[in-house]
Design a protein around this ligand. Structure first.
Ligand code: FAD
Ligand code: UQ1
Length: 416
């Protein structure tokens, strides 16, 4: 029923920014965005909402206000991809034909994969919460206020996640909150992560370990949440190195991070995805490995970078120029270096700004030691980033900090 030059599936961070770039280049109604949600959330704010530093109302705008006026918005979800016939079917029964397809569907939160978890998250005023969903994020601060003593348990699942730093940012914020409220000595702060490490980039992990030691936070690696027993306030973990081994831990509050995957509509289309279940793209050009008129951006991409909005921003000029080149039958020349960034909030006034690339070596913007906790980076995360997101990234003007990094590199002799 619909026809377009470029079809963008998903109007989140990556899809919205790309629709803005593409529709401004290609002109009115050449781009269609398929997106079912009526609200666009600035998800990086959820961590701060969990700590009571921002409110949920600050984190979203109506989708109609952020999607570019020059693109056509189909307010439905994609349910079937058919890359062999260049079409996508939607929930409203539409079939959309495209010349080029951009997949920007983000991640699906699979709370239902952990027995008992959704039930626990539905208990009014309950002890279980999660910053990952706007449905559950307000419960986090409630838990912080309500807990008096016992175990505060925080998890990290056995799946790729968006913003891999966020599950531990909320640990640091909570620990700081307990100290501020004078109840820290009655609460055990426990971080159970499925990962074998505290953080994937050694430069920053080496800075984080002394912080967890100093603040008496218990970190258990390779522990995966497999069940919640809401009636008994018990969380069940498995040892990923020996799955027969189970641990039951009683909680006074449980912060759960759900397992995540690409949305089912996408994973059903086996030709499009890799073994891990994400869009199979060339990690440099972000073009599909088989279908040359298909690209991916953001969290649903199979490129092996950390999944962050900062990554989507850095991918956007590459995807844009390569898509235009492909439309014009030209060779693809733009290369994505795997840039990802994670402002590791370590409390109510400090951030370690991690930035790195595919090789997991630091790729930092500022001419200061970024592996130190800084107030300046906290202000950047809390006050500047939301502005940058709404005013520059979504309208298609923010290409990640590469330009800023290159300009600032003249000051790098200052570093350390
Ligand atoms: P999203 O922005 O999630 O958008 C996906 C869109 O696709 C959604 O609008 C959805 O409705 C739509 N969609 C899904 N299925 C379909 C379908 N079948 N058809 C059509 N549309 C569909 N990043 C940072 O850079 N810094 C941070 O500090 C940071 N902190 C974070 C903290 C938390 C708690 C969370 C949850 C995320 C954080 N992130 C952070 C990560 C960042 O939010 C994501 O990486 C980013 O939003 C990914 O963009 P995306 O476009 O791939 O996906
Ligand atoms: C960034 O570009 C970005 O996306 C818009 C974020 O998500 C909100 C970030 O958290 C960060 C840190 C960046 C990188 C920007 C700079 C200035 C280092």
């Amino acid at each position: 029923k619909h026809d377009c030059k470029v079809l963008v599936v998903g109007g989140g961070s990556g899809g919205c920014a790309m629709a803005a770039k593409l529709s401004s280049r290609l002109g009115r109604n050449k781009v269609i965005v398929v997106e079912p949600a009526d609200k666009h959330y600035y998800q990086p704010m959820f961590t701060l909402i969990g700590g009571g530093m921002k409110r949920l109302e600050h984190s979203y705008k109506p989708m109609s206000q952020v999607l570019p006026k020059k693109a056509k918005w189909v307010r439905e979800a994609a349910i079937e991809f058919d890359p062999d016939s260049n079409t996508v079917k939607t929930t409203g029964g539409n079939t959309i034909k495209y010349d080029m397809l951009l997949i920007a569907t983000g991640l699906q939160l699979n709370y239902n994969k952990i027995p008992g978890l959704e039930e626990a998250l539905a208990i009014p005023n309950g002890k279980v919460s999660s910053i990952y969903s706007p449905m559950y994020v307000d419960r986090v601060y409630d838990c912080l206020r309500n807990i008096k003593d016992g175990n505060a348990i925080f998890t990290y699942p056995s799946s790729p996640v968006k913003c891999p730093g966020a599950p531990q940012k909320i640990v640091y914020i909570s620990e700081h909150y307990f100290r501020k409220m004078g109840k820290r000595d009655k609460i055990n702060v426990i971080y159970n992560t499925a990962l074998p490490v505290l953080f994937g980039v050694k430069h920053y992990a080496d800075a984080l370990w002394p912080i967890v030691k100093k603040r008496n936070i218990t970190v258990n690696t390779r522990r995966n949440l497999i069940e919640v027993k809401p009636g008994q306030d018990i969380a069940v973990f498995e040892n990923l190195d020996n799955p027969a081994e189970r641990f039951e831990e009683k909680y006074s509050m449980l912060h759960a991070v759900p397992p995540m995957s690409a949305p089912e509509a996408l994973t059903r289309c086996k030709q499009l995805i890799n073994e891990a279940g994400f869009v199979s793209v060339d990690q440099s050009t972000l073009q599909h490995t088989k279908y040359k008129n298909v690209f991916a951006i953001g969290d649903s991409s199979g490129s092996p970078n950390s999944k962050t909005a900062a990554s989507a921003a850095a991918q956007s000029p590459v995807v844009f120029r390569n898509m235009i080149a492909a439309l014009n039958g030209k060779p693809l020349r733009d290369v994505y270096d795997g840039y990802a960034s994670c402002p590791l909030v370590t409390g109510y006034n400090s951030v370690i700004l991690a930035e790195f690339d595919y090789s997991l070596t630091p790729l930092e913007t500022f001419p200061v030691a970024q592996n130190k906790e800084r107030y300046s980076m906290f202000i950047m995360k809390k006050d500047l980033m939301p502005l940058l997101y709404w005013k520059l990234m979504l309208p298609g003007y923010w290409n990640g900090p590469a330009l800023m990094r290159n300009l600032l590199s003249v000051f790098k002799f200052n570093k350390k």
